[in-house]
Design a binder for this molecule. Structure first.
Ligand code: KIV
Length: 323
């Protein structure tokens, strides 16, 4: 019998409170129970809080940060320090979801020991509960598990391989490539990976791997048959300034929302319509009385002591504290 029961369909506010903390073993349990795993990226405190409070199971601090937050052309240039900085911010906003940190390009591509040392930093210095690495790095996965760092693998279209792949292309379209991908997925699972992201592969391939693999698959551009789905937060809410890929569904239009809010603010400032009197602080009544009997008050604004005597100031601060 399972130790963890995941309720489904509860109202949002209750969901987050009633559901247990998501852990890597819990993801395996969800697969066994046939409960879909929801995952999203987040890169800062505010969005991480929103995503967590909406009941999303896994929050990935993805290296897509490089593109959607930092404005780089691809994911390759983001550094360990930048990823640590954002992982810490996300960590502070999350109570329930599993926080996974993406290991950036170059931080695990050399000696296994160096990869482990960098992964440990994400756990120790930023509070990540797992790291994600791209490609079939079986020896590294084994070493990370040995070092008590839970690992999420990432196969198929791996964006850190953009130059080798010659662009962001759908992978595993030939029989040989499919067989290789299946072998890689099994090797990662056997080495101890807790879950695998499958990106940019045909639905049929993701479906077959998901059915056969003992650990959960989390798909992005891999069809609906994976154990879970992940999207980039900025894709979900239309904050990418680019046409959406085929696999993206826009669930909101934050660009339109933010643009209109900012434009209305600018117009109000330009028309002296912001702030209003109600949005301004006011002197307490005693000080206002003083202002009205002091004919020099308006001209003495630069020197508060010239307008308000010490007794009145004491009275003012008491009133201000009560206001
Ligand atoms: O960096 C990222 O956002 C990712 C997801 C797309 C899986 O790796």
């Amino acid at each position: 019998m399972s130790l963890i029961e995941f309720s489904a369909g509860a109202p949002l506010a209750q969901r987050n409170l009633s559901l247990p903390k998501v852990t890597m073993p819990a993801l395996g349990e969800m697969k066994r129970q046939g409960k879909p795993i929801s995952a999203l990226t987040a890169y800062d405190y505010a969005t991480a809080r929103l995503v967590d409070e909406a009941g999303i199971d896994v929050i990935l601090v993805g290296d897509s940060l490089a593109m959607v937050v930092l404005g780089h052309e691809n994911t390759l240039s983001v550094t360990v320090d930048e990823m640590l900085h954002h992982t810490r911010a996300v960590r502070r906003g999350v109570r329930r979801a599993l926080v996974v940190a993406d290991m950036p390009f170059g931080s695990y591509h050399g000696a296994v020991g160096e990869g482990v040392a960098n992964a440990v930093r994400f756990v120790k210095e930023a509070g990540a509960e797992a790291v994600k690495i791209e490609g079939p790095r079986v020896e590294l996965v084994r070493a990370l598990v040995e070092a008590e760092v839970p690992v999420v693998g990432h196969l198929g279209l791996t964006p850190q391989s953009v130059h080798r792949m010659g662009g962001y292309r759908v992978q595993a379209r030939s029989i040989d490539a499919v067989l290789q991908l299946q072998a890689d997925a099994f090797a990662l699972a056997t080495a101890g990976a807790g879950a695998i992201v499958l990106e940019g592969i045909p639905r049929e391939v993701a479906s077959a791997i998901t059915a056969a693999l003992p650990i959960p698959t989390i798909g992005i551009g891999a069809g609906p048959d994976c154990d879970g789905q992940i999207l980039v937060f900025h894709d979900l809410v239309n904050l990418t300034f680019a046409p959406a890929a085929k696999f993206v569904r826009r669930y909101g239009d934050a660009s339109a929302l933010f643009r209109s809010a900012v434009e209305r603010y600018r117009e109000d400032v330009e028309h002296h319509a912001f702030p209003s009197d109600a949005e301004s602080y006011h002197l307490p009544a005693s000080a206002r009385r003083l202002f009205s009997i002091d004919p020099d008050a308006a001209g003495a604004r630069d020197d508060p002591d010239a307008v308000v005597n010490p007794d009145a100031r004491e009275e003012m601060s008491e009133e201000a504290n009560q206001a």
